[in-house]
Ligand binder design. Sequence first.
Ligand code: UD1
Ligand code: CA
Length: 469
Amino acid sequence: MDQISQQDQAPVDVVIMAAGKGTRMKSRLPKVLHRLAGRALLAHVTDTAARLGARHVVVVTGHGAAEVEAAMHGRPLQFARQEPQLGTGHAVQQAMPLLPDDGVVLVLSGDVPLIAEDTLRALIAAGAGERLALLTIEVDDPTGYGRIVRAEAEGGAVTAIVEQKDATDAQRAIREVYSGMMAVPAARLKGWLGRLDNRNAQGEYYLTDVVKLAAADGVPVVAHVTDDALQVAGINSPAQLAGLERAWQLRQAEALMAQGVRLADPARFDLRGTLACEADVEIDVNCVFEGAVFLGEGVRIGANCVIANARIEAGAVIHPFTHIDGEKAGVTVGEKALVGPFARLRPGAQLGAEVHIGNFVEVKNSTLADGAKANHLAYLGDATVGRRVNYGAGSITANYDGANKHRTVIEDDVHVGSNCVLVAPVTIGAGGTIGGGSTVNKSTEPGALTVARSKPVSYPNWQRPQKKK
Ligand code: UD1
Ligand code: CA
């Protein structure tokens, strides 16, 4: 049934206004490219539009247009330039030539990032393909917003939106305000936009004046009232951006806790992507998660970790101050592995079960089989490390010859002493031992002890030079 009724509805086309200057950000970066939860404000809105299944998504650009358009490259969007910026009505007008007449136009703002898909679906449903539907909210302090003016008569139909600067004292007392978002039949909107004027306090073409025109044309105007202030919060200043970031992070933290995730402090938690957790996950304070992260059952994350694009299997423990970033290749931490404190896992690090990676150890594009250990001050790059290998403090794989990268293979049960350099390409045979301080540039036999350093030389009773008098 749902599917059929969806098909019966008019197609939805989205216009996102993003041409404004954002003066109060006091930034060279266009306002809509500032980031919330790791994503550009505008990207939040375009991603939500995509999830709605919009037919066309047109972004109206102006200030910093080239930069905004470049930042959105690769997304299925169209752009309409608005030069100069003569108001929100003028902004939407620039997009209309790109849109067919048979759809419903959903107007959104590039600086209102947290509007949710279900709220927009409810707004579109309220318009029913033929009415003008406004998303409104009641606020304690309506200063600065367009006020929703309703008829005295029973039912209180919406008759106008009056902007702060044009409002009478009585109108300024109205606490129901326009969120900046509306759903409106395209053909109607095109007609109304052509009739807008700029005879108002700001000398702008107000999109909000379409309400009066709808009322005059006998088109019903409906308000869909939301009670979620976060969803309609706009960003105008760094303080507002930080405030919305914290509020959003708290909401994400609460959602995770509701699933059973134990956060030491929801006020000190940041998710800039997606975090999927199984049962009994514990996360200490000041951790940041980016991209797609999975934490298996019973995983514990210590304080001050940054974890991006990684899969951490059940029972693993990430100790404090560890940095993990899988980027595109990803990072996997096996079951019951121990990582950190102060460890760094880079793209392509794949740790098996019960692997130990200790402080100041860096692992890149390397596979460590079950039970392998590198506990202190070491580098493993482009390496294949066997089971139960012990990799000594200060040892490194010299994987780069200045032109090309090469692989190091360390077979099962090898013991690499401290401060060794394994010059790739090289294979250390299974069960072999490398003496501390060795530089090994050719492969070794299984079971062999390899020592590649000069013998100690001692001079008995050595007299140190004396300082001249
Ligand atoms: C607008 C509404 C107001 C509503 C408020 C909600 C109008 C006239 N007023 O006011 O009723 O309560 O939003 O936040 O619409 N923009 C352009 N081109 C322009 C002007 C603006 O693209 O010429 C964009 C801005 O970049 C911004 C959005 O439109 O993304 C809203 O513009 P803004 O100036 O913030 O409108 P408000 O005065 O806040
Ligand atoms: Ca605004």
